[in-house]
Design a protein around this ligand. Structure first.
Ligand SMILES: [Cu+2]
Length: 122
């Protein structure tokens, strides 16, 4: 009789511990859609006719911005505070940078310094 009581107690403990741990996987599952929404955010800036479009781009922290040169002549994308710097982009070439800190990031084309833009990271 003592043995069967012991087994019964272990059985209760096992049920209790599995019941306690059950909320953890559930919490992870409910968290999954939220993290999917935050997953790799991307934004694009087009370079066309000596201008950046959008000239001011507002994004969330962690977003990767890709500049594409659609112009017939080369351009660059250079952060005013040197946070990022592309090589010379010929027609159709792209440059990407991931913004990991909030702030304002003005930039310009080093070949045509009057070409300016800004990325606002929130
Ligand atoms: Cu340029």
């Amino acid at each position: 009789m003592k043995n069967s009581l012991l087994i019964f107690s272990i059985g209760i403990a096992a049920v209790a511990s599995s019941a306690l741990s059950a909320p953890k996987p559930n919490a992870l599952q409910t968290g999954a859609p939220a993290s999917a929404q935050q997953a790799p955010a991307a934004a694009e800036v087009k370079i066309d006719n000596f201008s950046f479009s959008l000239a001011t781009l507002t994004i969330a922290v962690g977003t990767t911005v890709t500049w594409t040169n659609n112009d017939d002549i080369p351009h660059t994308v250079v952060g005013t505070d040197k946070a990022f710097k592309s090589k010379v982009l010929d027609t159709g070439e792209k440059f990407s940078f991931t913004f990991t800190k909030a702030g304002e990031y003005p930039y310009f084309c080093s070949i045509h310094p009057k070409m300016t833009g800004k990325v606002v990271v929130q």
